[in-house]
Design a protein around this ligand. Structure first.
Ligand SMILES: C[C@H](NC(=O)[C@@H](N)CCCCN)C(=O)O
Length: 462
């Protein structure tokens, strides 16, 4: 074995944290577009005459290609075979193309008369753009997870993952808080003095940001090449090439399935909830539509600080499985309280949203850094891709389910364009996902004890 002569690039704090900043910024831009339409739901109904089903279908499109065309699974294989540079750049390009199509559809730059498969053609076009974007942002997500493992393994891995998620959630927070003011800035003043927001304007902002994010990733590819060269020179342990049988090794692992199930159940109760949270604030808590996005924006705001905090705790003290159980319990409590007909006050909704932010910091901060404890590094790309694939069933199915439930059972006035819904049933559905997530988290803790994955152990190797 050759002696380790040189300090490795990832031994430099500035270098590894700098790399994290670059790739996390790309993810921030991706998350911004992912959630930008959520605060616009009431305006989509009022101006473009969408209903909750249209919105649900559009939102579910995020997972169409990932789930049915297995794009995420191919993405994971490509990642393990071709590496982070090629895969990450391709993902960025897909995000830009998808966003451009979505923008053009919403702005009316591309139109098709009538309906497509019985759906409004505008909804379908925007949905296809969102589906292409969904492939890009998900593949970017697994690529960035692999990059973080590459630079932080044996170091501050969970903290780094926590900070990456926190930065990405800043994108969600921007989507919730900036979208309406931005749309109003470019809006039209109506004869009665009110301002009609310009729905496409925030999408154009996202497009510009995604281009900047792609440039950030492009810069990273040069650093990554240097790091690979250095690892070659230092004769460091090289990644073994990916083989198809790796997929079978991953899916034969019970720990993998428990993490994947926890992921789909937990995230199904958070990301799809966020798509409806602004509308919930308007309908149940009677918050003014132009301010309603501010309350859901608190959720990602809390996670900004807490995800790195809990990640750091996991790095140093361990207790990963326990952290996931506590997070799932908090999720159940919050959604149940959102469902109950009590305290329909904005401050109570704000309080619940903050608690949800804590739950949404606990589970991801422990779950994602636990994957390398269960799966060997050379199968990580595939493992993250498979977990994201399972998760995408939820990200795709749940928004459509909620849209359908709202349209079918929860309409209060039956009129399109007035958005009046009773959110009790959707909130019980979200609570149900929380209960199932808790059950799986308990099973994961039991499996960890049996198989010795080390989920309760610290990540930092002394
Ligand atoms: C790291 C993790 N990412 C995901 O779960 C992605 N598959 C979903 C991205 C959805 C973006 N709103 C996370 O964000 O916790």
């Amino acid at each position: 074995m050759t002696e380790k002569l040189e300090k490795m690039m990832n031994d430099s704090k500035a270098m590894r944290w700098g790399v994290l900043t670059l790739v996390a910024f790309t993810m921030l831009c991706g998350y911004f577009l992912t959630d930008v339409m959520a605060p616009l739901k009431p305006m989509l109904e009022a101006q473009l005459l969408w209903d909750s089903m249209d919105y649900g279908i559009f939102t579910s499109a995020y997972g169409w290609f990932n789930v049915f065309l297995l794009m995420l699974i191919f993405g994971g294989i490509i990642l393990d075979k071709m590496g982070v540079r090629f895969t990450g750049m391709s993902a960025c390009i897909l995000m830009v193309i998808g966003c451009a199509l979505k923008y053009c559809a919403i702005a009316g730059h591309i139109t098709i008369d009538g309906t497509i498969l019985g759906m409004k053609s505008q909804v379908v076009l925007a949905a296809v753009g969102y589906a292409i974007f969904g492939v890009g942002v998900e593949i970017a997500g697994i690529t960035v997870s692999k990059i973080i493992v590459k630079w932080f393994k044996g170091k501050e891995l969970a903290l780094a993952m926590g900070l990456e998620m926190a930065t990405a959630r800043l994108g969600t927070m921007l989507a919730m808080s900036v979208t309406i003011p931005f749309a109003k800035l470019f809006g039209t003043t109506m004869p009665d003095g009110s301002i009609q927001p310009d729905i496409p304007a925030p999408l154009l902002l996202c497009l510009v940001m995604l281009c900047i994010g792609a440039v950030g990733f492009f810069i990273y590819t040069f650093i990554d090449r240097k790091f690979d060269e250095q690892q070659n020179e230092e004769n460091m342990e090289q990644e073994e090439p990916f083989r198809a049988k790796d997929i079978f090794l991953v899916i034969a692992n019970k720990g993998f399935w428990l993490i994947a199930l926890l992921c789909v159940l937990f995230y199904s109760a958070v990301f799809p909830f966020l798509k409806y949270a602004t509308d919930l604030m308007v309908n149940k808590y009677e918050v003014d539509a132009s301010l309603a996005g501010m309350i859901p924006a608190l959720l990602p705001l809390g996670t900004l600080f807490l995800t790195p905090f809990f990640g750091n705790l996991y790095d140093r003290k361990g207790k990963g499985a326990t952290i996931m159980i506590i997070g799932a319990m908090m999720l159940i409590a919050v959604h149940f309280l959102f469902a109950l007909p009590l305290l329909n006050e904005w401050w109570f909704a704000t309080f619940l949203m903050i608690v949800l932010g804590v739950a949404f910091s606990l589970v991801p901060s422990a779950m994602w850094p636990s994957v390398p404890k269960v799966i060997p590094e050379k199968q990580l790309g595939t493992a993250y891709a498979l977990i994201f694939w399972v998760q995408n069933w939820g990200l795709m199915g749940v928004p459509a389910l909620i849209g359908w439930v709202l349209n079918t059972y929860c309409r209060l006035d039956g009129e399109v364009g007035t958005s009046a819904y009773d959110y009790t049933l959707p909130m019980y559905i979200f609570t149900g996902f929380g209960v199932a997530a808790l059950f799986v988290a308990l099973l994961l803790k039991r499996e960890d004890k049996k198989c010795g994955y080390g989920l309760e152990e610290p990540n930092i190797q002394k």
